[in-house]
Design a protein around this ligand. Structure first.
Ligand SMILES: NC(=O)c1ccc[n+]([C@@H]2O[C@H](COP(=O)([O-])OP(=O)(O)OC[C@H]3O[C@@H](n4cnc5c(N)ncnc54)[C@H](O)[C@@H]3O)[C@@H](O)[C@H]2O)c1
Ligand SMILES: O=P(O)(O)OC[C@@H](O)[C@@H](O)[C@H](O)[C@H](O)CO
Length: 417
């Protein structure tokens, strides 16, 4: 087996020595890993390494990443750990380990890892769930054959409503019917909400990940005792209010700031929020979704205001640089009827709430152009093909003549794009 390669890019920090270790470290990490329960996590990206990996490792798991990037896989396999740096004044760092990695295409290895796992998690993006479901189902098939009834929770940590339930449907589609009954007994798919801002980044140490200190991971139990408790996770009976509070505040506010910031010519959300007009619009959107959340879930108004203040503060964190292109990414997904922009608008409409600034944010999302973002290019194509009214009517699931379609179209026209 290969020795650990010391990584000079990882240095002494306020939190103490981390990372760079003499050869032998990976051997001790391997022993440590053998003594730990195993969690297999799909996606070694920003949130995978910057939140899920670190939380699971702290909770006592060996974390095996299922990844695509060969260089990242090589480094994770060799080093068996990586560093997380917190974007705060102290710049504290922590070492995350023991970890390992397998390529998504390696059926045999993946099946072996999943056969040994006590927990599966994902953070690949909602739109990538169909692409991992097949590989996951294949590996689960082998496990179900041999596991002697061992239960396995599978938690999709994605921004979206009930992502684990979505993954469940996709996985069952790929599992042979003969295994469905057993899979229903052994596999659970608890829905979850996760919150931590982890910008896209390039560091000299390619595994290092810089994150905001704030974090929240909530898992739904439906009233049942969870099979295993992950330290740092909050377990709740009903996830509904938690998801809506996060998605319609953090994610609606974030993308509103990004789309308004894009129109104003800014590059990062920090720059955008330093501009008073953009900040005022982002806040106005959150006042509108706040009224919806209070009406739907009976949240305390003062507590929700404090949540909004804290959220805007997190977006503007000067210790981070978060590009608008990340926050605005995949505008088709963000404009989906079940997502952060259109869903609160439709729910608010049902309750008779006026949401003019949210409508402006939707118009700004339609006007977002990024030739490097496939969904932005596709959205432009749809707008050309179907026209604004047609595209909006489809997105909102309402007739072209509907008041909401008309007023979002008017907001778009006012942008003069
Ligand atoms: N970054 C954040 O601030 C943040 C916060 C909360 C939630 N999220 C959510 O977490 C998820 C991941 O976001 P991210 O910011 O980490 O994105 P990212 O692009 O940094 O990471 C996604 C990772 O998944 C991998 N991936 C994609 N398809 C794959 C496949 N078929 N097999 C294996 N790996 C695959 C990619 O290679 C990438 O490494 C998204 O659903 C996002 O909405 C992100
Ligand atoms: O990941 P997306 O594309 O759904 O949304 C972009 C950001 O708003 C999002 O990643 C936030 O940073 C995150 O949801 C904070 O918890």
């Amino acid at each position: 087996m290969s020795a650990a390669i010391p990584n000079p890019a990882i240095r002494e920090t306020a939190a103490g020595r981390i990372g760079a270790e003499p050869a032998g470290l990976s051997a001790s990490r391997r022993e440590e890993a053998a003594a730990r329960p195993k969690a297999v996590h799909f996606g070694a990206g920003n949130i995978g390494r910057g939140f899920i990996g670190v939380t699971l490792a702290k909770s006592g798991y060996e974390v095996v990443f299922v990844a695509r990037n060969p260089e990242q896989i090589r480094l994770l396999r060799e080093q068996k750990e990586y560093a997380v740096e917190y974007a705060s004044e102290s710049g504290e760092r922590e070492t995350v380990g023991p970890v390992d990695a397998v390529p998504i295409g390696s059926d045999k290895e993946l099946a072996r890892q999943i056969g040994e796992a006590e927990l599966i998690t994902t953070a690949v993006g909602l739109s990538a769930l169909p692409s991992i479901a097949k590989a996951l189902a294949k590996a689960l098939e082998k496990r179900l054959d041999k596991s002697g009834g061992r239960p396995l929770p599978i938690i999709a940590c994605e921004n979206g409503i009930r992502a684990s339930s979505q993954l469940r449907r996709l996985v069952f589609r790929h599992l042979p019917e003969a295994l469905h009954e057993q899979a229903q007994r052994q596999l659970t798919f608890p829905d979850a909400m996760i919150d931590r801002i982890v910008p896209a980044q390039k560091n000299r140490d390619p595994l290092l990940i810089r994150v905001e200190p704030f974090h929240e991971w909530v898992v739904e139990t439906g009233g049942a005792e969870p099979m295993q408790r992950i330290r740092g996770v909050k377990y709740v009976r009903d996830l509904g209010p938690w998801t809506e509070r996060k998605l319609f505040t953090v994610n609606t506010g974030h993308c509103a700031a990004a789309y308004f910031g894009y129109l104003a010519g800014f590059r990062t959300v920090q720059e955008a929020l330093a501009s008073e007009p953009v900040r005022a619009k982002a806040r106005a959107v959150l006042e509108e979704t706040g009224a919806l959340l209070l009406a739907r879930h009976g949240f305390d108004a003062a507590e929700h205001d404090a949540y909004v203040d804290k959220t805007l503060e997190r977006f503007a964190n000067p210790a981070l640089s978060d590009k608008i292109s990340r926050i605005a990414r995949s505008p088709r997904r963000k404009l989906d009827r079940s997502d952060r922009l259109v869903r609160p608008l439709l729910l608010g409409h049902e309750l008779g709430l006026e949401m003019p600034t949210l409508q402006e944010a939707i118009a700004a999302a339609l006007a977002y152009r990024n030739p490097l973002d496939e969904e932005s290019v596709e959205l432009e194509r749809i707008l050309r093909r179907e026209g604004l009214d047609g595209a909006l009517s489809r997105k909102l699931g309402l007739p072209r003549s509907h008041r909401l379609v008309r007023s979002v179209a008017d907001a778009y026209d006012r942008l003069g794009r």
